[in-house]
Design a protein around this ligand. Sequence first.
Ligand SMILES: Cc1cc2nc3c(=O)[nH]c(=O)nc-3n(C[C@H](O)[C@H](O)[C@H](O)COP(=O)(O)OP(=O)(O)OC[C@H]3O[C@@H](n4cnc5c(N)ncnc54)[C@H](O)[C@@H]3O)c2cc1C
Ligand SMILES: NC(=O)c1ccc[n+]([C@@H]2O[C@H](COP(=O)([O-])OP(=O)(O)OC[C@H]3O[C@@H](n4cnc5c(N)ncnc54)[C@H](O)[C@@H]3O)[C@@H](O)[C@H]2O)c1
Length: 480
Amino acid sequence: MEKRKVDVAVIGTGTAGMVAYKAARKHTENLVVIEGDQYGTTCARVGCMPSKLLIAAAEAAHNVTGADLFGIHAEGVKIDGKAVMERVRRERDLFVGGVLETVESFPPEHRLKGMARFIDDHRLVVGGQVEIEARSFVIATGSRSNIPEFLQAAGDRLLVNDTVFELEDLPESVAVFGPGIIGLELGQALSRLGVRIRMFGVSGSIGAIRDEALRDYAQETFNREFPLDPSANVSAVERTAKGVRVTFEDEMKGEVSEEFDYLLAATGRRPNVDRLDLQNTGLELDDRGVPIFDHYTLRCSKSHIFIAGDADNEAPVLHEATDEGRIAGDNAGRYPDMRAGLRRVPLSIVFTDPQIATVGLTLDQVQERCRDSYATGELSFEDQGRSRVIGKDRGILKVYGEHGSGLFLGAEIFGPAAEHIGHLLAWAAQKHMTVSEMLDMPFYHPVIEEGVRSALRDLNRKLNIGPELVDRCLECGPGA
Ligand SMILES: Cc1cc2nc3c(=O)[nH]c(=O)nc-3n(C[C@H](O)[C@H](O)[C@H](O)COP(=O)(O)OP(=O)(O)OC[C@H]3O[C@@H](n4cnc5c(N)ncnc54)[C@H](O)[C@@H]3O)c2cc1C
Ligand SMILES: NC(=O)c1ccc[n+]([C@@H]2O[C@H](COP(=O)([O-])OP(=O)(O)OC[C@H]3O[C@@H](n4cnc5c(N)ncnc54)[C@H](O)[C@@H]3O)[C@@H](O)[C@H]2O)c1
């Protein structure tokens, strides 16, 4: 077996791994970045980018078919499924191409292909052929779909995010399992592109929404477009000659069987740490087998091993993978000297319509931190001026603030432009602004952000800080 000795070994050449490699390389030229599968990253190849491309096509279709609201009737709308999927792949390949160029810019002696596993605290075997001894490591192995056993009965008609974008044409029908982030984004997009879908959940959860009222409202909203049961009772999944048959309990009809072309499993993801043979290291693991690590240094236990991205199972989104890769790579490079890295205010956005966004502390974290010492401001987008003008008037915004200090703590949104409002609120939370300070900022008219102002005013009133809330605010302009 070939043996190599390096300062730093980065395991995984996804987003976190590539950023970690670049950060570590500022400290040493004797390093290696390992990839066990394809280059190109989950985000570009089978995640963020192709899913957003499919959603963009769905939005275009929805804008046409929804134009009736404005008195505009588009006749004979035709969705060309092959063209839709071709564009998704064409644009996706451009994003992947950009990543591949970056990987190819790394010196060949720094790149290694093969699955890595630990044989002890300082040594890896890669692809069964190369032994790497390193002073420090970064685990950046990402995550993969977690598919419950009973869904495997769908056989070759079982889709996950790795395979769905490879479909040549849009199918006629898809059973979507998991009304989480992936299921909602892809399921709604498929539905808007004319695919018959039905969505099944187990735990009552919808897209990680914490607030019960918001969750119920979201369920009702999605149910206007496609059937979604977040607590479905599914008794069987079978492969049939045509596709997949799902047997489930319908509230009105009792036991029902429905046939679909495909079954899409969007039932959560698991970190890729189970194939690293971590038992050969001295790392302390949590109950999911993920190394215990420090949030600011990304150091696992008191070791020379760091972890970043989806592998650590903390905040499996792209900008966190990037931040964590930078911190972990820098610390692996400078080890045993270490630095606490910048961790940003949590921000999550789900690209459904209406969108879902969570900012700062979640409702349960607010309750844990403040007990009864917090208040919730609220706004319904149903009578928000700009939202009504553009016909995007479904939604609720909830904002949380602390009694006494008047600090803005966090927010949950199911509504229009949540991707933008989420950023606005995240920036305010990271700057530790009080609700009053946020209300001192300018608000144009007529914009959706005026709804944010209304929610903040409601919050300040409930915190006994703000001015009295008036029913019809004249200075706000009509509909604000
Ligand atoms: C459908 C979908 C849509 C998404 N949409 C969004 C979005 O809109 N916005 C957002 O912020 N996030 C989104 N995400 C999440 C985002 O894609 C991930 O958080 C991010 O890509 C994680 O990056 P990573 O570097 O941790 O993992 P990856 O990019 O998966 O990289 C891990 C790499 O490690 C390799 N590897 C694994 N094990 C080994 C081993 N033992 N040896 C060697 N190599 C190994 C893998 O092959 C892989 O290349 C989405 C995810 C999915 C699935
Ligand atoms: N816009 C974005 O930022 C974006 C988009 C997609 C994915 N992601 C990331 O990917 C991660 C994984 O997404 P995900 O949607 O797979 O996971 P998720 O945890 O968001 O949702 C999984 C859903 O599947 C349900 N479920 C579990 N077992 C089931 C079963 N047997 N039958 C039916 N439903 C079942 C769960 O109750 C949950 O609702 C997310 O946490 C997110 O961080 C982010």
